[in-house]
Design a protein around this ligand. Sequence first.
Ligand code: F6P
Length: 326
Amino acid sequence: MSNIKRIAVFTSGGDAPGMNAAVRSVVRTASYHDLHVYGIYRGYQGMIDGDITKLGRGDVANIIQRGGTVLKTARSQEFMTAEGRQQAYDTLLAHDIDACIAIGGNGTFTGAKIFNEEHGIPMIGLPGTIDNDIFGTDYTIGFDTAVNTAVEAVDRIRDTADSHNRLFFVEVMGRHSGYIALHTGISSGSGSIFLPEVDNDIEGLITQLRKSAKRKKLFNLVIVAEGNQNGGAMEIAAKVNERYKEYETKVTIIGHLQRGGSPTASDRLLASRLGFEAVNQLVKNSDSGALGIVNGKTKLTSFEDAIIKSKKPKESLIQMAEILAL
Ligand code: F6P
């Protein structure tokens, strides 16, 4: 058993649907164990500024279904400096905080790792990002909701694309990660998917368009991850237009629409499980690391591995997507 009695929870980096469910789970589980819980607003920046408040069971009522994060979030530049981190630590000392639960993505985990090394405060990271690019967990909180939102949008686009026989380039989020694009592309039956991890070739797409036209196969949708090396959907559509004029093309950028909205049941469940296990972990011992669920089981991965060993979409899934689109 650890001696941890007072914990703080915060969300940091890009918000993700399901973060509130994780906060609720942390607070309720901590209350069950008679621990005191503090919520820090605006992530590491709020920790520096002393923006912290005590949370009880009732404070997290009616938030499980809400998107965004009630604790707000930020990408703090100040926390990247040793002075900033010292100020943040002073806030924790002033409130006698023994450990923190940080919900966020890669940047959040990097901050947690440095903070833990510098000040010795136990830190548990929960994977909260729509990008699903965190090593040490099969899925991140928010990914399922973002994909469902994108698929719903693409289904609507397909209706109008089909009616006019137009070719749509739909851009989804993912500067460095193609998970949203791949899962959205497969689930919406798109003709082609451009990922940051793949060296997609415009010429290949044009050949595919020509072949489809010959077979009179409808080809309405190309899903583009914002971080593809050919550029975003605008750039790719322009490049295709220059070389292939048979289709009228349109571009839709889904953007932040896919970050908001009520979390799916799957994200609420994942977030609830992770919040619950994070507190149980801190009750047991004061180990730090990133908590995830791998093959149905919770697993604590070192921050180092979670940050460095980036997770990429499986090659076999990318190949499957190509075969299904033929
Ligand atoms: O990391 C989550 C994410 O939504 C990425 O997919 C996207 O590239 C980025 O955040 C956008 O960040 P911001 O909201 O700060 O523009």
